[in-house]
Design a protein around this ligand. Structure first.
Ligand code: ZN
Length: 338
């Protein structure tokens, strides 16, 4: 913290001599600085990067592409978020995936936005090509974000994600409510699954319904025959700034038995199968990672990982079943597994 204070006082202009003395140290200290930080901008055409199939990317300016695709570094103190204190969520500039919360942003004095934590599963760490530093990229699209540093003593978490402003987008808190994300889980009778998710912070709604089958708009009676291919499932709308997909998926694996094939407790049939219906590649990867963790612990997980098609909401009398009837779920008891 001492170093931060010294840097802050230098930056407040307490003396040109002090600042002149500290600036080289500052530049050494901040690992975001790369050789190309000060290089002139090449005249490049608009993004020509090969896009992964099905993934939507924002169009990048040549300067954005220089940093995000070619792993460049913006000049310190030039990015629009380096000093920002506005509350909200920082997104990947290229794919809009939520990456950091303003609550985890701190003043590092380095001239780059600094966060001592990232949203769960949102940021991937890779060894930098320089053999020294640890690069951070967007886990969803691989966009270059900056670097991560440990044990600098700047915050209690002792971590600094040093990020280029230009790699980020920003979603103010006030607008966040309109960009909720969806997650869909099937783990036996939907009443119990819905009950547990409705109690989790960051979950805006949990709806019972049907997914993964062959016919449109199926009824409960049709699904119960086990012949339509649908699973009883719950569609969750959540605020990614408050709860991560990984937290949701972990809860899912802990409120039903993922080792039971086509049944949960007394309910039997493929409509009661254990399944995760993913809506993007990040959800798929997080799910596969968690299944791997459970298998490593000895659980013989049978959960299927299926691409989400249309989710059909169930009849009104199935919604909030336990709330309406004042009962507790009979076959969805929380059990810690992670
Ligand atoms: Zn991205």
């Amino acid at each position: 913290m001492m170093l931060v204070r010294i840097m802050k006082s230098a930056l407040r202009g307490k003396g040109i001599a002090v600042a002149a003395f500290l600036l080289p140290a500052l530049l050494l200290f901040c690992g975001c600085a790369g050789n190309n930080g000060l290089s002139p901008l090449p005249e490049e055409p608009r993004s020509t990067v090969q896009l992964e199939k099905g993934m939507h990317f924002n169009e990048l300016t040549p300067e954005e592409e220089r940093v995000i695709v070619h792993k460049g570094t913006e000049r310190a103190f030039t990015g629009k978020y380096s000093e920002s204190k506005e509350r909200g969520t920082y997104l990947c500039r290229r794919c809009d995936a939520p990456l950091f919360r303003s609550a985890d942003k701190f003043e590092s004095g380095t001239g780059w936005p600094s966060f001592d934590d990232a949203l769960e599963g949102a940021v991937k760490q890779l060894p930098d090509a320089d053999g020294r530093r640890t690069e951070i990229v967007c886990a969803n699209c691989g966009a270059h974000l900056g670097h991560v540093f440990f044990r600098e003593g700047m915050t209690a978490k002792n971590v600094r994600h040093c990020v280029n402003s230009i790699s980020l987008g920003f979603l103010p808190e006030a607008k966040a409510a309109s960009v909720t994300q969806k997650a869909i889980f099937a783990g036996g009778c939907f009443w119990g699954v819905e009950y547990h998710f409705n109690k989790l912070k960051g979950v805006l709604s949990a709806k019972s319904g049907y997914i993964g089958g062959l016919i449109d708009n199926p009824s409960y009676k049709q699904v119960c025959t086990g012949r339509t291919g649908h699973a009883e499932a719950v569609e969750i709308a959540y605020d990614p700034a408050l709860v991560s997909y990984e937290t949701l998926a972990k809860l899912f694996f802990e409120i039903h038995d993922p080792t039971e094939l086509n049944r949960q407790g007394p309910d039997r049939g493929t409509q009661y199968r254990s399944a995760v219906f993913y809506t993007d590649e990040v959800q798929k990867k997080v799910t596969e990672k968690l299944i791997g963790e459970l298998r490593a612990k000895g659980y013989k997980v049978v959960t299927t990982v299926e691409k989400a098609g249309t989710f059909w909401p169930a009849e009104e009398y199935h919604q909030d079943y336990y709330e309406k009837n004042g009962h507790e779920p009979y076959c969805h008891i929380y059990q810690k597994r992670f």
